[in-house]
Design a protein around this ligand. Sequence first.
Ligand code: TYD
Length: 209
Amino acid sequence: MKKGYFVTLEGGEGSGKSTIINYIKDFLESDGKKVVITREPGGIDIAEQIRSVILDKKNTKMDGRTEALLYAAARRQHLVEKVIPSLNEGYIVLCDRFVDSSLAYQGYARGLGIKEVFSINKFAIGDLMPDLTLYLDLDPQIGLNRIAKNKGREINRLDLEEINFHINVREGYEEVVKMFPERMVRIDANQEIGKVVSDINKVLIEKLK
Ligand code: TYD
């Protein structure tokens, strides 16, 4: 039985999800909540192995549907091994990317179709959708510039896509927000980090009331 609360973070490259997720954790823990942070693709051993196949720069031949199916497979395993048990124990689960990444990247930007990609994902996740999704919205060029400055960050196969791909990802996210207006909250990620975090904290206070 699910007792916890499932929050996902979404956004394009360089939108700041992985930094911001730690601030959200601190905020919730200071309010006495039990919090687990995790990420996709990955989060547990089998899903990390699938992640390395998907993101390997050598795999330039990878077909779009293969990519979508691998993300869905990694998602399934991560859900079963980590997300569901944590929710059952009453944790707030903060997950860096989830199904909406597949809808925006594979469904829209790769052109496989949002509905089609959602249908293979329904097989993977059943009816376990997030309770809340924070979408960090940012001009893709600003995001890519941030990544270029952050020299320590590993560049993966999807980072190597042209700017147009990332512009399409953003358009894809806009479509997904329209599909799920109740669940998804758009956050302006082109602000200093303190402001982004305080915008998010306001949403969390409201939703967790
Ligand atoms: P990662 O290094 O985690 O990037 P980021 O820090 O931007 O989250 O790599 C994940 C990449 O995988 C990223 O380019 C987005 C992509 N992705 C998809 O295309 N579909 C998906 O379903 C997921 C979960 C990620």
